[in-house]
Design a protein around this ligand. Structure first.
Ligand code: SF4
Ligand code: SF4
Length: 129
């Protein structure tokens, strides 16, 4: 995907009404491709924080931050529906994360420190064991 995950709203309440608003529960941010050991040391610090993950897909590397949108109402509706951001407007629920988890298309996915540390040790022979 070339854009950060779309964060959108439920326009079809029939379908979205059954979903725990997956798409309003996180943001993503593209990051430079990590290459040097120092790049991965920095990523290790980032994934040490609760709710922070790192993944790579066909478009590059991203930080994934699990954080619920403040406009998401208890019933799963958007509290600013009429003025919601473009990225939310552009997202369709025709085939969304309720149908297929986005991580199925990740080439790499590090959910926590230990997972990324294992990768670093495989990638860099000199990485401390
Ligand atoms: S603004 Fe509305 S549609 Fe967009 S992420 Fe927040 S709750 Fe969801
Ligand atoms: S993930 Fe899909 S079904 Fe769930 S709220 Fe978002 S658009 Fe609706």
């Amino acid at each position: 995907m070339s854009q950060p995950f779309p964060v959108m709203v439920a326009t079809d309440r029939g379908k979205c009404g059954q979903c725990p608003a997956i798409c309003c529960g996180y943001i993503t941010q593209k990051i430079p491709t990590p290459r040097a050991r120092s790049d991965f040391e920095h990523l290790l610090w980032q994934v040490s924080h609760r709710g922070i993950e790192v993944y790579k897909d066909e478009d590059g590397w991203y930080l994934l931050m699990h954080t619920r949108c403040e406009h998401l109402l208890e019933d799963g509706a958007c509290g600013i529906y009429e003025t919601r951001p473009p990225i939310c407007r552009d997202y369709s629920n025709d085939f969304c994360e309720w149908d297929e988890p986005a991580e199925r298309h990740f080439a790499l996915h590090f959910r926590d420190y230990d997972a990324l540390l294992h990768y670093c040790r495989e990638r860099f022979r000199s990485w401390p064991r």
